[in-house]
Structures are given as C-alpha cells and as structure tokens.
Design a protein around this ligand. Sequence first.
Ligand code: FES
Length: 316
Amino acid sequence: MLELVVQRRVQEAEDIISLDFTSALEESLPAFEPGAHTDLHLPNGLIRQYSLCRPGESPSSGRYTITVQCARESRGGSMYVHEQLTVGSRVHASEPRNLFELLPAARKHLLLAGGIGITPLICMRQALALRQQDFELHYFCRSRARAAFGDLRRSAPPAQSPHLRLDGGADILVAELLKRPDTDTHIYVCGPSGFMDCVLTTASEHGWPSANVHKEFFAADSSHLVADRLFEVQIASTGRRSEIPVGASVFEVLEQAGLDIPVSCEQGICGTCVTQLLDGIPDHRDQCLTDAEKATNKCLTPCCSRAHSKLLVLDL
Ligand code: FES
C-alpha cells in the first residue's frame, strides 16, 4: 500500500478536478503503463479505482495524477474526493494495476473517450505521442464546459490534439470512424455505458475483430438484474455449501460465513476478487475478465457474478 499526499488540486472543467499526488513518505512511486489505475482507499472507508493520467509528464516522474468527475449518482467516492481532498490531504492507494493495456505493436490506435472516460486515454495519447506512433483521440463530451484537459488540447500539435466532439450524434460519428475495419488498427474505448454500447455494437456490426477492441468500463452494467435467481456455492477445500439468494452476492454470503475474499470495487470492474472455479457455469457480470477468460468458465468475480448452473464449486 502506498501513502500519498495531495500536492496540487486543479479545477479541470465543470464538476471535474485533477489531483496530483506524491509519496507522503518521500519515496519514489512505482512506474505505470498507460491504462493503469490505482485503488484509492478513502478515509471514509470507500475504495475507488481511478485511472492514472499524467498529461505532459513522463510516467516515471514520481507523481500520480487522477482526474475525478463528481458523479450526480455518486455512491460516496467521487463526492468525497471533491469535497474533502485538498492540498496536504493524505490517502492510501494500491500500487498501479493495468487491465487496459496499450498494444505497442499496433500500426494505429484509435482512442474513443466518452466524458470522464478520457482519463486512461489521455495517458495513452501522451505515450503514443512520445513514441511518435500513429493515433487519433476522439473525445465525446456534452459541452466545452465539461471537457477536461483544455490546456493540453490547446497546446498539443494539431496532429496529436484530441478531436473534441461536442455536437451530439455520437452514434453517427462513431459509425463514420469505424466504417472500415482494419486488422492493423486497435480501438480503445472508455466512457459511460451508453457510449460503450454504441462503440462496441458499431465495431461488431462493421466486422472489427474483437481482439482489436479494448474497453474499460467505469460503472457496472446493471441491465441483467431482473434475471437473478437463487443458487449454491461450494467451497472446494471444506465441502461447505452456501445458498446465494437474490439480492446478495457470492462475496457477501461467503464473507458472512467467515471467508476472506479480497474485494475493491464490488462492481466487477477492478478484478481484485477474481476466484478460480472448479465446477459449474457462471453468469459473468463483470467488465474486467476478457471474453476468452469468461468462455473458459475457469474463474469468476464473486463480487457481482452469479450462476447459470445450480451449483458453483470455488477453488477456496
Ligand atoms: Fe472489483 Fe470484484 S471487487 S471485480
């Protein structure tokens, strides 16, 4: 666990701030690759994932920057960051982890950001510009007032500047951008679920290979909650079985039974809780396992995933 202190707080845009952290212990901070995030352990007990974005600096400069939008439907994380974290505030954070890696070998990178989904992509943009690789960054935003990183947009050379898309009609623009599938181009997308659906569906309809489409969600998909039903889990090492009722997660039931499963986001986004599965068919509801990993049925995220079979046997 890292101990960080806020060195700088900047109002990036309407409802969006950036915070620069350094080590509170004056140690060097672990380096990270574009797309990485850290789990911020907030003093109010919440743990939230924030992408590390450091436009204009190198990833090894000993400083972490996060950019946070105060969510209207905040569950307490972004609201706390906005209201309580000021210069001098201390927080704990995990070492960076990367579930959204940039593939350096691709000939071209197409970065598609919806709203605050810009945060991992602005870091990718910085790395690609430094490496002089071919890329385009399209930043879909509701208004200029809500568009972050204005300084960077104004100072970047035109060829590297994010294309700010303010004019609505994201579906039409996305369809235009993705109309010609190219196996040498990789797409990276991050944003709210409606935007993600638009990009992922359009890419699929136009025949983009799924291996060329990389995605990071920052909110859980709740579209399947109506299909919940009771099932059982069995702990392989003890044989003990527990019922998982509608409305409770595998993690919650097993925690009450005294099992210690590490969790962080509890929304299927971060991958902290991934657990090996020995038998049964999971109903994967996370956004962190790849389609290939899900297809093996060898692991699941007990914080949110459920079961298609009546029983899941966990390697615990
Ligand atoms: Fe984050 Fe389960 S705790 S995916």
